[in-house]
Design a protein around this ligand. Structure first.
Ligand code: NI
Length: 168
């Protein structure tokens, strides 16, 4: 978990600034918020390595990608490990899209892992942190950081050798 990503409470926005667009008669109300780039880090409860097999890692990795699509997070980089993950995504409707996506991801993966380990109701996830990246240089630095996180954690010598990340 010590990945250089601090809990970003100081920069975290509590509400997105919604703009109500002009409505056509009988059309649904669409609310378009400004889009931003965010880095998200989530950690397993007690830093326990619940996702400790290729099958478990693949399950977490594949659900992350699926749900990013479902909740319209444009993933720019990601890396999934036995007890945490990171991703960088462009999204709208912050923080609602992240909150809903992670809630579903953590629910699905906790049910899966607890069923495999015969540990019903066990707490799997601790919490997550998100930080908005506002400067191009910080976006590039974080993309590089996430792409190379498997090397940072000394799991592989080159990030492309690690299957559960955007560099592979
Ligand atoms: Ni990490």
């Amino acid at each position: 978990m010590e990945c250089g990503v601090k809990p970003p409470h100081s920069k975290r926005r509590l509400h997105s600034k919604g703009v109500v667009m002009r409505q056509w008669p009988h059309s649904p109300v669409h609310r378009f918020s400004e889009r931003g780039t965010y880095i998200v880090t989530a950690g397993a409860y007690g830093k326990q390595k619940f996702f400790n097999t290729p099958g478990k890692l693949a399950f977490l990795h594949d659900r992350l990608l699926e749900l990013a699509g479902e909740f319209e997070l444009q993933l720019q980089a990601w890396a999934v490990f036995s007890n945490h993950y990171h991703f960088v995504a462009i999204l709208r409707d912050y923080p609602e899209s992240i909150r809903r996506m992670i809630s579903k991801l953590h629910t699905l993966t906790a049910i899966y892992i607890n069923r495999l380990d015969t540990a019903p109701g066990r707490k799997v996830w601790f919490q997550y942190w998100d930080t908005e990246l506002t400067f191009e240089r910080s976006i590039l630095a974080r993309l590089n950081y996430v792409n190379n996180n498997a090397v940072h954690h000394r799991l592989v010598e080159e990030a492309k050798q690690y299957p559960y990340c955007s560099a592979s």
